[in-house]
Design a protein around this ligand. Structure first.
Ligand code: KG4
Ligand code: ZN
Length: 331
């Protein structure tokens, strides 16, 4: 096992972590969420500037909390794709500088590979192959995970991501940004069957569509006005999103003859999604594995873990490592 420093700055979290194999020694996350909340979404220029301010203190803290010095670090793994280029380049520049100065190997990691491998920190004996549902602010994908590094995408959203569906609906209900967690809290005592909302694509598919839901919520809010029961609306919206996520993922596992499902990404923190997926899976003898809440949202420990597998496979990036705004998984 090698001590790896992981760095993540693809969106609005600056994070550094120290991992030893699958063991997470530290995982420091500096969130910019309060700053972006003022604007109701991530402002790329502001994100890049905030990463510049946070990156060195975050790395220092990750080393200190892990009880390691820079001399103990054997390699650096950094998210270089996909993401906001200005944001990514802050982490990648820091990683390159550290590797250059200390003569360490550098490895560029695909952000989604980090999410896919994130459950390994809490569940090192996770079974492969398995089905992974990636649900975050920017992604909604069902992936067949053959082994670390071997992925095939079975389905994905054709418009909004699941996290976006939560955030946009939350905004329509007058909740702040990002609204996923607030919507979950508002839904707690609500009736999920009160308002009928669309489930997107009807034909048997592994793909998703959430844009119709957004339009339906807009209409509902307009039509009901002050008569809207916000708690029932939140519960109905949440149910519309998680029921479709659960149905597609369970069907993918069944049709692929796989008995393990993982849920990763920010929306994997949703308690109703976890509960529904688990109850549906239990009835079919399928196991559901989820990361800890801290490992659901963007973090560098998952990047360190993905880097561990890349380095073990003999992969090292050059100092010409680029930051890519778009990059398919597996490339
Ligand atoms: O993975 P993540 O931190 O960032 C991206 O890579 O996008 O995911 C953030 C997303 C946001 O849309 C946020 O509203 C959503 O995850 N989220 C939740 C919950 N916690 C975070 N959505 C539903 N329920 C939650 N408890
Ligand atoms: Zn993410």
């Amino acid at each position: 096992m090698a001590v790896i420093l992981g760095i993540e700055s693809s969106c609005d979290d600056t994070s550094a972590a120290v991992v030893d194999g699958l063991q997470v020694l530290s995982n420091i996350i500096s969130s910019q969420v309060d700053m972006h909340a003022k604007w109701g979404g991530v402002v790329p220029e502001a994100a890049a500037r905030a990463h510049v301010e946070a990156i060195l203190p975050v790395i220092d803290e990750a080393l200190e909390q892990a009880g390691k010095k820079l001399e103990d670090v054997e390699a650096v793994a950094v998210t270089n794709r996909p993401g906001l280029v200005g944001a990514l380049s802050v982490g990648v520049s820091a990683a390159k500088a550290l590797c250059l100065v200390r003569g360490m190997p550098l490895v560029g990691v695909h952000h989604l590979e980090g999410h896919i491998l994130s459950p390994l920190a809490a569940h090192p004996s996770l079974t492969f192959p398995h089905i992974c549902l990636i649900v975050s602010g920017g992604h909604t994908e069902i992936v067949r995970v053959e082994a670390p590094g071997q992925y095939s995408i079975l389905g994905q959203t054709i418009d909004d991501a699941a996290g976006e569906a939560f955030d946009k609906s939350a905004r329509l209900l007058g909740l702040g940004y990002p609204g996923g967690k607030a919507l979950q809290e508002l839904a707690e005592n609500g009736d999920p069957h009160r308002y009928a909302l669309p489930r997107g694509l009807r034909h048997p598919t592994y793909d998703f569509s959430f844009s119709g839901l957004k339009t339906a919520v807009m209409r509902l809010v307009d039509k009901e006005g002050t008569g809207l029961d916000r708690s029932d609306a939140a519960a109905s919206i949440q149910e519309a999103i998680v029921s479709v996520l659960s149905e597609r993922t369970i069907r993918a596992a069944e049709e692929q003859n796989l008995t393990t499902i993982t849920i990763v990404g920010g929306v994997a923190a949703n308690s109703r999604l976890r509960a529904l997926m688990k109850s549906e899976a239990d009835r079919r003898d399928i196991q559901v594995v989820v990361p800890t809440l801290e490992m659901c949202t963007d973090n560098a420990a998952m990047i360190g873990i993905a880097g561990h597998f890349r380095l073990a496979a003999g992969e090292v990036s050059g100092f010409d490592l680029e930051c890519l705004p778009n990059a398919p998984l597996g490339q």
